[in-house]
Structures are given as structure tokens and as C-alpha cells.
Ligand binder design. Sequence first.
Ligand SMILES: NC(=O)c1ccc[n+]([C@@H]2O[C@H](COP(=O)([O-])OP(=O)(O)OC[C@H]3O[C@@H](n4cnc5c(N)ncnc54)[C@H](O)[C@@H]3O)[C@@H](O)[C@H]2O)c1
Length: 267
Amino acid sequence: MKKLEGKVAIVTGGASGIGLGAVQRLAEDGAAVAVADVNAEGAQQVADEINKNGGKAIAITVDVAKEEEVKAMIDKTVEAFGRLDILHNNAAWGPMNDKGIPEMDVDMWDAVMGINLRGPMMGCKYAIPEMRKVGGGSIINTASANGKVGDYERTAYSASKAGLMSLTRSVATQHGKEGIRCNTVLPGLIVTPATRRKFSTELMELMEEGNLTPYVGGPEDIAALVSFLASEESRYITGQEINCDGGVLVRAGAGAIMKYVRDKENN
Ligand SMILES: NC(=O)c1ccc[n+]([C@@H]2O[C@H](COP(=O)([O-])OP(=O)(O)OC[C@H]3O[C@@H](n4cnc5c(N)ncnc54)[C@H](O)[C@@H]3O)[C@@H](O)[C@H]2O)c1
């Protein structure tokens, strides 16, 4: 029997990058998966591919910043598969104009918080009652190494990801006795359509140099951690922040490396 046979999962931002990797891995592990994304066509393509390969998936169009759509995402999943065991809050926005504080576009700040922090909170709000009905569940929030450090820019993004770690601890504390675990995964640089859009090959190489590993990770590296956290193998782990970043944050001078990279990017 597969590790997640009989379990039902939702992955937000499941049409691309890290979310896509998680969808594929959870489906391989036997879970029925709701591919939830603002990109309706992309989500449908991913779900079709899973079903073609013998898995079970549905596509759900959702903007995680909108409460009624988040509620509908949970309802549609339970309607389709009968229960909910796993929620991977992964969709996020990292706008290019997210720089320093004096020049902060406050509407942009609110929009980042709406997607990256309020979205996952609303996911938890509507998922927890469903998880209670089945005696527990696992919620996995995708933050970022940026949520743990100060940076020269990405102010709103970093604050949203730090907030997400606090949300994780609240959910873990308030619902642990109900069998609901909640953990944060913190990717470092992961090669996805988003990072390919934002960084040149030269910058990727510089960032690779900043890692302790001889390579940069892919969505499959985060997916392996998500699969572990979704399963009973991790039953004693809750409220935690787990870095999956090639060790970049423990390296002395990592901040200086990032500044050099960003300065090159901006010039
Ligand atoms: N790639 C990295 O290096 C990296 C590093 C650290 C953290 N992260 C985090 O990993 C997650 C995924 O990033 P990625 O690199 O795979 O990005 P990506 O752009 O490849 O995928 C993001 C997906 O989220 C969807 N999405 C965006 N806004 C949404 C919304 N409001 N509602 C629903 N869906 C929405 C997009 O349509 C897309 O399919 C994000 O939380 C990001 O902050 C990524």
C-alpha cells in the first residue's frame, strides 16, 4: 500500500514550480490531490496529467486572497473526494517592486500579505473543521529562507513569510491535541518558472556558489519534504520550520553573498 493511500490533499499554487512538484509527489504516494491555482488552465492540465497516469486529481480555480474562493476550494475538495487530510499552503507572490521601506508601495504590501499570509490563514480556517471530522491532518506552509533573515529588499515578501511561521506555530499549538500538525518548509533557491523569470543564468550560478551543496535544488527536493511532513512518518514533528536550502543560511557571509547577487541583478 502506498504511503498516502486513502488520503486527500490540496496544494495551492499547484500548477507550477514547487506546488507542481508537490502535487506530483503526493499523487505518486497515493493521495487524491486538488490542484488549486489562480491559473485555471494550468491547474486543469496538471490534474489531467495525474489522472492519465492512474492517479486521482481535480483542478480548482482559486485566488487564495479571496475568502469565498478559499472556502469553495475546501468544499469542492471534500465534495469530490469525501474528506481532507493534507493542506499545502504554497501559493505566493514576490513582486519585483518590493524594495526598501521609505519607497514602499503600501498597496503592494497589502496585496503581498493578502496572498502570502491571509491566504494560508484562510486555508487553515476552512481546512481545520474538515480535518477534525477525520481525526487529524497535516498542514504544510511554504515560507522562504527570506522569512528568517533581514534582506536589502523583498521587505513585504520576507515579512509575510515570517508571519507564516508564526501562523504555523499558532495552528500547531491550538490544534495539536486534535491530531492536526502544522509545519513550515523554507526553500532556498529552487529552480522553477518563477526563479527562471527573475534571475539570469549568471545569477543562478552565483547563488549556487553560495550554497553548501554542489548544486541548486529543484521542486522534487521540496516535494520529498512535503511528502514526509504529510505522512505519519513525521507524526512527532509539529510547529517546526524546516530549511530545504542547500545550507545557504548557515554559511558565514551568506548575507554579503546575497547583497552582491542583488546588486548585480539591479545594475
Ligand atoms: N523558487 C524558489 O526559489 C523559492 C524560494 C523560496 C520560497 N519559495 C516559495 O515557494 C512557493 C512557490 O514558488 P514557485 O517558485 O514554485 O513559484 P511559481 O511562480 O513557479 O508558482 C507559483 C504558483 O502559484 C500560483 N499563484 C500565484 N498567486 C496565486 C493566488 N493568489 N492564488 C492561487 N494561486 C496563485 C501561480 O499561478 C503559480 O502556479 C511560494 O510560496 C514561494 O514564495 C520559492
